[in-house]
Each structure stands twice: as structure tokens, then as C-alpha cells.
Design a protein around this ligand. Structure first.
Ligand SMILES: Cc1cc2nc3c(=O)[nH]c(=O)nc-3n(C[C@H](O)[C@H](O)[C@H](O)COP(=O)(O)OP(=O)(O)OC[C@H]3O[C@@H](n4cnc5c(N)ncnc54)[C@H](O)[C@@H]3O)c2cc1C
Length: 290
């Protein structure tokens, strides 16, 4: 299919109007790092493209105790941003592990999230931190928690006339440690075979006040099991607790066999990585207590 029309509007309203008119046959272009390859290979089709580059959606601000990131902010700008490093350093840590600097210079956070590729790094930590996105259309505005956004492989709750405008990320609660382990046996710039994000907060008596895990790239959407996490509360973070939690995640994940590992290998790696990520988070939380 040929592209009949390319638009780069100057206002969000114009872009939303365009989508309201052409929704299903139009595609949004952000950085284009995923979109361009797929269009070129004929794997997706779009008669019309609308670029978000002139809408002023590239910003990073700190307001009311949370980080507000315009959806068009590039991954590299975010990774290097002093407010991100100071307020939510785990986000900068994760973003620096995405692809290569050349890709990060162009790829946007909104594009990464909206593309909803399972083998992706940022979604696991964004779900862990209970991030929220703002979505606009000519019909109005809605806010969605990141954990409710992903429906399936490459599928979110976004409709064809909607634009994600902002991602809001709150920092972890005081005293928490957070970690992310990207597992890829090939180059570091490769997409994750698995990505495990973990948060742990020690109580004053040394027991676990809070533990949370999100396993990414092991199924259609980032996997969080709040009921399993809550069983760690009040316990000492030792081998038994970590093994039980890891077993719950390994059992619930839906990894698929592919050229980068069999399903059972990936489940085994979840058993290894969940305790490792939680131990790392626990150590970081402990540091904050000292
Ligand atoms: C070589 C290579 C290596 C990579 N390695 C990694 C990796 O290690 N880890 C990782 O996590 N990712 C990796 N990626 C994926 C990369 O992160 C994504 O391609 C990128 O983030 C997509 O962002 P973009 O701005 O380029 O989106 P685009 O390609 O422009 O858009 C992607 C999709 O999202 C839609 N979209 C974009 N923005 C919006 C919006 N604001 N509202 C609604 N819909 C929107 C588009 O219509 C399109 O369907 C890699 C990609 C490449 C090419």
C-alpha cells in the first residue's frame, strides 16, 4: 500500500482532528524506529502518516512529587536528564540499557510504550513504579495506569484516534530500593530475552515491609503478581521467600520458545533472575536506611 499523505501538524488539536477523520487508515509516527522498518518491510500498512514531532510533546518536568515526561521525549534525553537521575534514577539506569545511543537519540518513550513490544525494557520498570499515561483524542482525555495499558502482544488500550501525550512516573516510596536486570545473552544493545524489575523496602526490624516484582518479555504483557508479592511482607528476605516468589513468577509467565531460548530455559532464568533482582533492590533499600 502506498502512503497517500504525510502530515506534521503544529498543534495537538490538528493531529487529533486528523486522526478523528482518518483513524484506522492512519498511523502515528514518533521517532519512527519501529514504524519505518515495519512499513518498509510491508509488515504493517498505513495510507496516511501523522508525525508528532512539532507538537511540543518533548519535555521533562517535576510537578507535585512526580516526573512528567512528554511522550515525544527521546530515550537518550531522558536517560541524561538531571531531574530523572536525581528523582527516579532507576528510569535513567533502564533507559541507558535500551538499544544503542543512535537508536535512543531518536526513539521516544511514548513510541516505546505504545508499540507494546513484549521484548522491551522500559515497560517493566514503568509498571513497577505504577506509572500513569495521559491519552488524548478529539473525544477528550483519559488517564490509564501503565499496568492496565497492555492488552496483548503489540496491543494496548489505545484506539486508532488516540495519542499518548504524557507519561507520569512517581518515585519509589522512601527507603525502597529498586533494580532492573536485563537478560540478553548476546549484545547489550539487543532487546531483552527477559527483564526483571524489583522493588524492596526493609522495615526497621529488618523484615520486608514491601516487595514487588515485574517480569518483562516473558509473555504478552509485563507480569506483576501482587498477591504473590504480598506474601513476602513481614518475612525475612531469605532464600526460602525468594525461591517461593520466583517459582510463582516462573509458573505464571508465558515465555515462548524462539531462537534466543526455549520456553523452559526462560522459565529457569526467571527462577534465577527474580531472587537476584530482589536481592539487589533489597541491598539498595538498605543503603537508604543507613
Ligand atoms: C536496532 C533496535 C534495537 C532495539 N533495542 C531495544 C532494546 O534493547 N530495548 C527496548 O526496550 N527496545 C529496543 N528497541 C525498540 C525501540 O525502543 C522502539 O523501536 C522505540 O522505542 C519506538 O519508539 P519510536 O519513537 O521510534 O516509535 P515509532 O516507531 O514512531 O512508533 C511505534 C508505534 O507506536 C505508535 N506511537 C508512537 N508514539 C505514539 C503516541 N505518542 N501515541 C500513540 N501512538 C504512538 C506508532 O503509531 C507505532 O505504531 C530497539 C529498536 C531497534 C530498531
Amino acid at each position: 500500500m502506498r502512503i497517500l499523505e504525510y502530515r506534521a501538524p503544529d498543534t495537538l488539536e490538528e493531529a487529533l482532528e486528523f486522526l478523528a477523520q482518518h483513524g484506522p487508515e492512519a498511523r502515528i509516527s514518533a521517532g519512527g524506529t519501529a514504524l519505518t522498518i515495519l512499513l518498509k518491510e510491508g509488515l504493517i500498512h498505513a495510507a496516511r502518516l501523522v508525525s508528532l514531532e512539532r507538537l511540543g510533546l518533548d519535555y521533562v518536568t517535576w510537578q507535585n512529587g512526580a516526573l512528567h515526561v512528554g511522550a515525544m521525549t527521546s530515550l537518550q534525553i531522558l536517560a541524561d536528564h538531571p531531574v530523572v537521575s536525581e528523582r527516579v534514577p532507576i528510569l535513567a539506569e533502564v533507559l541507558k540499557q535500551v538499544a544503542s545511543r543512535r537508536i535512543r537519540n531518536v526513539a521516544t518513550l511514548g513510541g516505546n510504550v505504545c508499540w507494546a513490544e513484549a521484548a522491551s525494557d522500559p515497560p517493566a520498570v514503568l509498571v513497577l513504579l505504577d506509572a500513569e499515561v495521559t491519552i488524548r483524542s478529539a473525544r477528550g482525555e483519559r488517564r490509564v495506569r501503565m499496568r492496565d495499558l497492555f492488552l496483548d502482544y503489540f496491543t494496548t488500550t489505545l484506539e486508532s484516534d488516540e495519542i499518548m501525550t504524557e507519561i507520569k512516573v512517581s518515585p519509589p516510596s522512601p527507603g525502597s530500593g529498586v533494580s532492573y536486570i536485563k537478560f540478553t545473552p548476546q549484545s547489550k544493545a539487543d532487546k531483552p530475552v527477559l527483564g526483571v524489575a524489583a522493588l524492596a523496602r526493609p522495615a526497621e526490624n529488618g523484615a520486608c515491609a514491601e516487595a514487588r516484582v515485574v517480569v518483562g518479555a516473558a509473555g504478552p504483557a509485563p507480569l506483576a503478581l501482587p498477591d504473590a508479592d504480598s506474601e513476602a511482607r513481614g518475612q525475612a528476605i531469605d532464600g526460602g521467600v525468594l525461591e517461593r516468589l520466583a517459582e510463582r513468577y516462573a509458573g505464571a509467565a508465558q515465555p515462548v520458545s524462539d531462537s534466543r531460548g526455549s520456553e523452559s530455559y526462560k522459565r529457569d532464568m526467571i527462577r534465577v533472575l527474580v531472587p537476584r533482582a530482589l536481592r539487589q533492590a533489597w541491598a539498595r533499600g538498605g543503603e537508604l536506611h543507613d
